[in-house]
Design a protein around this ligand. Structure first.
Ligand SMILES: [Zn+2]
Length: 302
């Protein structure tokens, strides 16, 4: 495979990258996908733009648009709300508490924050995308902070910090990950969810998968994320594969492949692939396309 020499790897400081593929997410967004063979980090070049309507956000926009009565649009809206509720349950279970102060970093439209507030939590959010912040304000009356606030909040302020599909979207994942660890109280819980570039679905769909991931600059394999966590003195206490997100990602890949036509076929193929991948007998640690990590500070007695 061809090799490209660009920036140093932000996880392992390696300085050589392997070319994986070239993608055209849309007419304005063509990029190279590169792999750090030392730690498994995947990056796109050039970087994704924070306000770009590409990758998952482009799929989201297409599914929000007409026709509203399409099978995929209806399923998607159901999934969005179900997923928000599922995230609240995951968060409470992993944090071991049913109330507290929570910060959701990269909260996008604030669906999850609104759901946590309904359950009695004090929940705040940070988001770089101005359109998403406006939506959260007009729909949920939330005041979401801009991205740079991540580095200005007083340390040790939150019982729980969540980051669903966030770390890879920052230009400096080491800096942003350290900042989110610093925001936790000493016994706080950090929940980080990441799309896995080494998953079975990613390998099978390759270019299509990377078009779906065009909104994010970096993708962390388990190895890359474990290294990032260890470098910041954080202990991973649990890793979970999420079946709903396997189904959603596989369906989105099928939709992109068919350019949003043949929706029913995309949904049935996506469901079969997602359920197979997440089923117990086929599940291997690296198979899941969306891994939810629970982390604690390493200084606590084990
Ligand atoms: Zn690396």
């Amino acid at each position: 495979m061809a090799k490209a020499s660009i920036n140093t790897c932000p996880v392992c400081n390696g300085n050589h990258w392997t070319h994986v593929c070239t993608c055209a997410a849309n007419e304005e967004d063509t990029f190279e996908v590169l792999l750090c063979p030392d730690c498994g980090l995947v990056r796109r070049s050039p970087e994704a733009t924070t306000n770009g309507d590409t990758g998952i956000y482009a799929v989201d926009g297409a599914l929000q648009a007409t026709p509203k009565n399409g099978i995929i649009s209806r399923c998607y809206n159901t999934l969005r709300h179900t997923w928000s509720r599922q995230k609240t349950r995951i968060t409470e279970r992993e944090a071991g508490r049913v109330s507290g102060v929570l910060l959701d970093i990269g909260c996008h439209r604030g669906d999850f924050i609104a759901a946590m507030r309904r359950r009695g939590w004090i929940a705040h959010g940070i988001e770089s995308n101005s359109n998403a912040r406006e939506y959260s304000n007009s729909h949920y009356n939330l005041h979401i902070e801009k991205g740079e606030m991540l580095y200005r909040i007083r340390p040790c302020s939150y019982n729980v910090v969540t980051a669903w599909d966030f770390i890879g979207k920052t230009a400096d994942p080491q800096k942003s990950f350290k900042a989110m660890c610093d925001l936790l109280t000493s016994d706080g819980t950090l929940i980080v969810a990441l799309y896995n570039p080494a998953s079975a679905i990613a390998s099978r769909h390759k270019e299509i998968w990377h078009c779906l991931m065009a909104h994010t600059t970096f993708l962390f394999s388990r190895k890359a994320f474990e290294r990032l966590a260890a470098d910041n003195n954080m202990r991973i206490v649990k890793e979970q594969n999420n079946r709903a997100m396997n189904v959603a990602a596989a369906t989105a890949c099928e939709l992109l492949r068919s350019r949003y036509r043949k929706q029913a076929a995309a949904l049935s193929k996506g469901c079969i692939e997602g359920f197979k991948t997440a089923s117990k007998d086929q599940y291997k640690a690296d198979n899941g396309c969306y891994i939810i990590y629970t982390l604690k500070h390493n200084t606590l007695p084990q």
